[in-house]
Design a protein. Structure first.
Lengths: 147, 393, 393, 147
């Protein structure tokens, strides 16, 4: 089901935890849907020098969080804002179609943290134009079983 | 170590069962409808399997009809009765926590103009008999309530349900796919008119099931065609599958007390020790009115799929009511049905035990599960808050 | 000597097929819907089987849906399309010589308000393409014509039928249960939208079949419930059965030319020698447009069941279109469909050959059948008259 | 499916054949239904001294014909007229339910031959009251398959 990379990032997630007094925090997802990602950033001179995450969610939610933090660590804010969900999925050697929403969530988590940073510091990033950290994302169609 | 604790999903075929099946793949392979010796031999063993299964239900052999599985039996029972009795009425009563083979069939009938009442269940998963009484109308033609639930293991008061059905002259179907092999069931005495069972839940092969149809019950066929199963279910019989089902049923009922006693012991060890060791947990289903092999616990702050994957990494195979296991976002309708919040439902784990379960396996789970839960909680932003609150007390 | 010549009824599971199935009964037995390693392994092998079958039909894997057999595939195709398209129309065209899984399904739909045209066939069992064109109405939603007939072996002009269906934008289903494994079938190129197949006719196990559904075809599910088969066919998958079907399909198409050539040779030997040796006979079905393994001959003045029983006594297993084999009094609708009189239809014998058939077996039949026919004729009051007439000439 | 007795009478039928210049001949059944039984009797002093049959039909049609001839051979006409279909079936250790009509046919064949004898010789048997040798018998419900 999952690639080895996904399993590796799930079992050995990079950057799990919290940052004390972070420069930015973002949280996306909803316990109803079974996914919450919280991202903490340390930002120095527009560069993300440290990032930590906590995730409530399935294997791919944890793996995409981990991969997203790894990608943006050391990057400038501008670079981090260019992170797309498919870049996260690709870096994990792909995700099952039903799990692509996790990579979307990871992208949103990064954006949401930077949005927090922008709000706190009164900064404007055109990449965040139209971004709403409280927006609910589409639910997939449901209905499955237990055997 | 590999610890399979998903017997409610499916079971391995027992050695004695497989051995009995083998000759029917390529030695005695005749079509039971053929009149030559190959066919007659096949007909005979199908009749034997039918007898064996009938015996476990204290039923007559001609009340047992083989199907391609439990789902087909459920579909057949419900649609078959609905279509046969539609001149009498179009109302069916079921519960909110039925297996999808029942629920989706009912939803399909709703689209076709039938009216369905989906009974609520309490926090243990039991239907309320007064609700059932109140739901009955003069156009009610069928009650279909499962014998025991596949996710949370709750066993319904089927005798009382049957009594209510009888008083009102309404047919009763029960999905006994999970209950069969764990309880002695006598549909005649209980007052059940139709009952679904499936071989692969009792150490028989996948792809074969049966519907018990009490003699004289009006029901339309679901699969039309050949004259098999007394013209009620068309299709060349799954000969080795049926042979295996018969053998598995016989074995299951030969030592049923012993078997269930062992399971209950393991089950209760797991429930008590896991819940003793791990805080913020909740037992789902009824504490005693439950399947002997069913453990279903919610672990707060974590999500089921990541729990399952982590267990899988240490060789433990379980199942979860989390929607994440299926790519859907809503957790199991059963867990929602007993009133769990979404987040708690997402963090539930079903471990289902079986005949091959050992004490060693139970110990292994008790040892490995708590640190896994703790590790996932440490990653969870929901747990953070609780710890914070605890600290701040 | 035991000579099985009823391969059209069912086939033994080939050794390689059974071997491939075995591990999936009790080693890799996980439920394909489960996310743990047991389940993932099962899912993988089901996908492999699906790929293998898709390959034999030059189809995409997601166009293959497993069922509990050929009958279920037929029921599903016809009812599924009928219900899905009923807002478009309620007319279905089929033939008079379809398998009962098609005919009885159509009759059921008739009861539900659909209109069915049952096309006549000529004395060879072929439908008339002009009849088909004429039968089409603007409310026709489905044409279902079998690829090859199970009793008389006649192969329909399916490409021409498909062309007519296409011209009129009508869906085409074909019951290819008998044809599959004997012909290379490319539904996409032929223009077939739905196609039924069954494992036990191609040396796979009983109780598993498949429906090819061309991508984009509107069809309702027949079995509601779990999300198996992309939510289109509920029920825990018959894992070993599906594995066996995949393997059997692969084998069948690996050496199909060789296999059919051998069968045609044996078939024509039987037809020619039996008809040469025995007077008052009639070959049923088309002389060349027929299944490679199908022999169907009527022997005047005798009745099929007594012929079958007598053959059985010398170890030969065949089949008959006589109603007597089923306790009914009317002979096969197929034999009546090609215009046989009742008495001649009663005296028909189907010998169907297969991969394990040997020259020795063919010789054995050619040796033993004529005296049996003669013996039964000597007992027959119908033969008496003929001899009398012959004498009086 | 069939008892050993049925198979024995099918494979080794007693009294097959014709009687030249018989005292009576009866034929029942219909090729449409797949069963015709023809029975020849030699009758001397009200006793059936010889009987032969020819049958077009299934295994049980042949076996019941054979058994019926065996039972009535040597019997008086009166005794033969008392033959019932269930006696024939019982003597064969039973027949499958769907084949019981064959035993009915065998009973009818005997009656029909005696009817012929009665007609030719202007005799009256109260047992034949209401018997019509040309009556068609009920068809069973049909519809079965080939696999
Ligand atoms: C309660 C219940 N009903 C029905 C079914 C369906 O049975 P099958 O898998 O044989 O189709 C299952 C299991 O899958 C079940 O647990
Ligand atoms: C032409 C045809 N269609 C359908 C079927 C039914 O297939 P199954 O026996 O797998 O239900 C058969 C054989 O029984 C057949 O020969």
């Amino acid at each position: 089901m999952y690639s080895d990379k996904v399993m590796d990032h799930f079992m050995n997630p990079r950057n799990v935890g919290e940052i004390e007094n972070p420069d930015a925090v973002g949280q996306v997802g909803n316990p109803k849907c079974g996914d919450i990602m919280k991202m903490y950033l340390r930002i120095e001179n527009d560069v993300i020098t440290d990032v930590k995450f906590k995730t409530f969610g399935c294997g791919s939610a944890i793996a995409t969080s981990s991969m997203a933090t790894e990608i943006i660590k050391g990057k400038t804010i501008k670079e981090a804002l260019r992170l797309t969900n498919s870049a996260v999925a690709d870096a994990l050697d792909g995700l099952p179609p039903v799990k692509m929403h996790c990579s979307v969530l990871a992208e949103q988590a990064v954006k949401s943290a930077i949005y927090d940073y922008a709000t706190k510091n009164d900064l404007y990033f055109e990449e965040l134009e139209g971004f709403d950290p409280n927006e609910e994302h589409d639910h997939h169609d449901h209905g499955d079983d237990h055997c | 170590m590999k610890v399979y604790l998903d017997y409610a999903a499916t079971t391995p075929v027992k050695k004695e069962v497989l051995e009995e099946m083998l000759p029917y793949f390529n030695q005695h392979y005749g079509n039971p409808s053929s009149i030559h010796s190959f066919g007659r031999e096949s007909k005979k063993v199908i009749d034997l399997a039918r007898d064996r299964i009938a015996k476990t239900l204290a039923a007559k052999s001609d009340e047992i009809f083989f199907t391609g599985g439990g789902s087909e039996a459920d579909n057949w029972a419900i649609k078959g009765v609905a279509y046969a009795l539609k001149s009498k009425g179009n109302h069916i009563i079921t519960s909110k926590i039925e297996h999808h083979a029942v629920l989706h069939t009912c939803q399909q009938l709703e689209k076709e103009g039938f009216e369905i009442t989906y009974l609520d269940v309490d926090h243990h998963g039991l239907i309320n008999l007064e609700d059932l009484r109140r739901a009955i109308r003069n156009n009610t033609i069928l009650i279909t309530i499962m014998y025991a639930n596949n996710e949370i293991g709750t066993v319904q008061p089927i005798k009382a349900i049957a009594d209510i059905a009888k008083e009102n002259s309404i047919l009763l179907h029960t999905d006994a796919v999970q209950a069969y092999g764990s309880f002695k069931i006598n549909p005649e005495i209980l007052g059940i008119d139709l009952l679904s069972i499936s071989a692969h839940k009792i150490y028989g092969p996948k792809g074969v099931g049966a519907l018990y149809i009490k003699k004289g019950t009006k029901i339309h066929p679901l699969l039309h065609g050949g004259a098999q199963e007394k013209r009620r279910r068309a299709g060349t019989e799954n000969l080795p599958g049926i042979v295996g089902f018969g053998k598995a049923a016989e074995i299951a009922y030969n030592n049923i007390e012993e078997h269930t006693e062992k399971l209950i012991n393991y089950r209760d060890q797991l429930i008590n020790k896991l819940m003793g060791k791990i805080p913020y947990t909740r037992l789902n289903g009824h504490p005693t009115k439950r399947l002997p092999g069913n453990v279903n616990i919610s672990f707060e702050f974590i999500e089921g799929e990541s729990l399952l994957l982590s267990l899988d990494m240490v060789g433990i195979a379980g199942s979860s009511g989390s929607a994440c296991t299926s790519g859907s976002l809503d957790p199991s309708h059963v867990l929602m049905g007993i009133g769990l919040s979404h987040e708690i439902a997402h963090g539930s784990l079903r471990l289902s035990l079986g005949d091959l379960t050992t004490q060693e396996e139970i110990d292994y789970v008790i040892q490995h599960l708590p640190p896994i839960v703790e590790r996932l909680r440490q990653m969870s932003p929901l747990y953070e808050k609780v710890k914070g609150e605890a600290k701040s007390v």
